[in-house]
Ligand binder design. Structure first.
Ligand code: 3Y8
Ligand code: NAP
Length: 248
């Protein structure tokens, strides 16, 4: 068995630890989005594969027997490429996905379908907004430049930001509710925009928002073609042991 683990999430790191503990022959893969990604307990490759064709070649060249896609739910292109490449290379694929967040008592969430929906949902009157979506999609919000934006980025921005009125915080999650509550209060945040990432690493700001009565605009996940999904490390290990048993 030789596993390719497409990573970049808390769940991927959890699975990497289990694979290393069990002595499974596995390779961890990062896209190379950040300057210094967290080290993993597995041999690690960094960078794209060169589209689905490049990934299919990688699978053959590296004699990969199983692929686990533990990328973020918004890493849709990687997930789509993995579906195409694994079908082409006849390599079993399993998505390791966390469930979307669901609101509870005290939450003031507004669900929008995508980034454009989040921009449209912003009020006209200037507000202080925690735009907690990272760096890659900030330019969409230039259409609403009247707001003050608090940005939390993994690495310092290389060039000018596409928004005129910002405060930038450099931090890598996972985050905690007390720290996020302090951040929201310190910056007098009145509204949060976030991706429905699910999982625990990005959840803190939503719990802090509930405690402070701050509304949240939550961006829905991109649609993916059907594929086998595991929700826990144990389900992934079962897939690796008997891919056929899980209806692959
Ligand atoms: C490069 C690896 C682990 C993984 C930890 C998770 C949790 C902490 C919370 C906020 C939201 C955001 C962002 C976020 C979180 C985890 C997880 C998660 C959100 C690292 C990492 C890589 C990335 C890429 C980065 C994106 C950005 C998104 C910041 C490492 C730290 C906003 C997503 O500067 C950039 O270009 C950053 C790009 C994709 C989204 C964007 O579009 O900007 N993640 N994040 C991975 C690679 O190269 O393959 O550097 O160590 C991993 C983690 N980030 O091992 O414990 O599992 O979700 N990541 C979002 O959810 O909205 C921050 O601030 O509250
Ligand atoms: P994306 O838009 O779906 O993918 C764009 C391209 O980046 C892919 O086609 C692939 O390049 C490369 N790529 C993506 N993930 C990769 C991986 N794990 N290993 C090797 N190449 C990868 O991806 P993204 O949204 O930028 O996310 C990039 C990474 O950040 C992923 O590891 C993801 O798990 C992590 N992350 C993303 C978010 C988010 O909000 N998007 C949040 C937290 C963590 P080629 O086509 O050349 O193969």
């Amino acid at each position: 068995m030789r596993v390719l683990l497409l990573g970049g999430t808390t769940e991927a790191s959890l699975l990497a630890r289990r694979l290393a503990q069990d002595g499974v022959d596995a390779v961890f893969s990062y896209a190379g989005r950040t300057d210094a990604p967290v080290a993993q307990p597995l041999p690690t490759r960094i960078g794209g594969f060169g589209g689905p064709e490049g990934l299919a070649h990688y699978l053959a060249d590296q004699r990969i027997s199983h692929v686990v896609d533990a990328t973020h739910p918004f890493a849709a292109r990687m997930s789509r490429n993995a579906i195409v490449a694994c079908a082409k290379a006849a390599v079993p694929l399993c998505g390791f996905e966390r469930a979307p967040w669901a609101s509870g008592p005290g939450d003031d969430w507004r669900h929008v379908a995508d980034l454009a929906g989040a921009v449209a949902a912003l009020p006209e009157r200037p507000a202080r907004v925690f735009l907690a979506i990272g760096r890659q999609n900030l330019d969409a919000f230039a259409a609403k430049a009247q707001h003050h934006y608090l940005l939390r980025l993994v690495d310092p921005p290389q060039g000018p930001l596409p928004l005129p009125d910002t405060t930038v915080v450099i931090a890598r999650g996972p985050f905690t509710e007390p720290a996020d509550r302090e951040l929201l209060a310190r910056h007098r945040i009145g509204l949060i925009i976030a991706k429905n990432a699910g999982g625990t690493g990005a959840r803190a700001k939503l719990d802090a928002a509930r405690a402070l009565g701050i509304p949240v605009i939550l961006i829905g996940r991109p649609e993916l073609p059907p594929r086998l999904i595991a929700r826990t490390v144990e389900e992934v290990m079962a897939f690796l042991a008997h891919p056929a048993d899980l209806g692959v």
